[in-house]
Design a protein around this ligand. Structure first.
Ligand code: SF4
Length: 341
């Protein structure tokens, strides 16, 4: 028994020794991991959400409430079903308008390069329509602004009776009323960004390297058979992604298309598609660029997330995240001395 007990004690000591060795190893692994994390530069929001480019609409959500936009990324299950439903109805109205000017063709894509090539084919197919004075809808725009690749889709471009190029943005509303000035500001920023992107595209500022650099695409990637066929039907000869990219940049540079002269936002009631009002936006370049720099600072990790200002605390009343919002409880309540009712 004694011998047996001795063996157990030895065994116990051996196991205890191994355990404490494991614990030490684990602790040192945790310490070095912590140190490595401290040494590593913190992730920017673009890295955290794995975004290689931003949509214009991302920046517009920020103008409403940056904190809300962050919650929408991180807690999508919180988004109200009515909001998603309204977005779907809005998309259907946009689609109906798009079908008024052209048919939709479905093209099978086999790579990320293929998906971008299709966007470029859309641009290339619409340039001649604009050149001949026609109207186009759902025109893709892209370009580098403040060091970030920004992408959007212009609802409509056409010429006014005076021959000026006009952008029209359609906004569908759930209620038969015009939006608040805060909502209007966000929409004005959206169309102003579209103008910045479009103008730089037709003035030859778009460089093929910008796409390769930001999107990490392979310029030599061969286009898929469907994309190649679709391109050739449009009279475009391209075998790989680089061909399509260069063709697009060259066509835009030498298109002789004018810059956008006028910006209009049309508000429609979703229920019956009736027009609620049309707003003419005055483009103020300096103001737009200033706003852009402020928003991009967030994406580049140069500043913390911000919620609404105290004057706009009324936005929290309708916000899905108001019960969990740290900005509201920490900053707004502190500033107001009470919760927004
Ligand atoms: Fe923004 Fe207010 Fe919503 Fe917080 S509660 S996310 S501050 S709107």
């Amino acid at each position: 028994n004694c011998g047996g007990l001795g063996t157990s004690e030895n065994e116990f000591q051996r196991l205890s020794g191994e355990n404490s060795k494991h614990k030490q190893q684990q602790q040192s692994a945790e310490t070095s991991q912590r140190k490595r994390k401290q040494q590593e530069p913190p992730q920017t929001p673009m890295e955290k959400y794995k975004m290689k480019y931003l949509w214009v609409t991302n920046l517009c959500s920020q103008t409403w409430c940056e904190q809300q936009m962050v919650y929408e990324f991180e807690l999508p299950e919180f988004i109200e079903p009515e909001k998603s439903e309204a977005m779907n109805t809005g998309s259907s109205i946009h689609l109906a308008r798009e079908l008024e000017v052209h048919d939709l063709v479905s093209v099978a894509t086999k790579s990320r390069e293929d998906s971008w090539a299709v966007k470029f084919i859309n641009v290339l197919s619409m340039i001649p329509v604009l050149q001949s004075g026609g109207r186009i809808r759902e025109f893709p725009v892209f370009g580098e602004l403040d060091g970030v690749l920004l992408v959007g889709v212009i609802d409509e471009l056409s010429y006014s009776p005076k021959g000026e190029l006009e952008l029209r943005e359609l906004k569908t509303r759930r209620s038969p009323t015009m939006p608040t000035s805060a909502q209007k500001r966000s929409n004005q920023f959206q169309v102003s960004l579209y103008k910045l992107l479009f103008d730089s595209m037709v003035s030859g500022s778009l460089q093929p390297d910008t796409f390769i650099h930001h999107l990490h695409l392979n310029p030599e990637q061969a286009l898929g058979p469907d994309v190649k066929e679709h391109a050739s039907k449009m009279g475009l000869i391209a075998s790989n992604f680089k061909d399509m990219l260069e063709l697009t940049c060259l066509n835009l540079t030498y298109s002789d298309l004018p810059m956008i002269d006028g910006l209009k936002i049309e508000y429609c009631y979703q229920e019956n598609n009736s027009l609620l009002g049309c707003e003419v936006v005055c483009f103020k370049s300096e103001l737009v660029l200033e706003q852009l720099t402020f928003h991009m600072a967030f994406w580049k990790g140069l500043r913390e997330t911000q919620g609404v200002d105290i004057e706009e605390a009324w936005k929290c009343r309708k916000c899905t995240f108001s019960n969990i919002c740290e900005w509201r409880t920490r900053d707004l309540d502190f500033a107001k001395g009470k919760r927004p009712k």
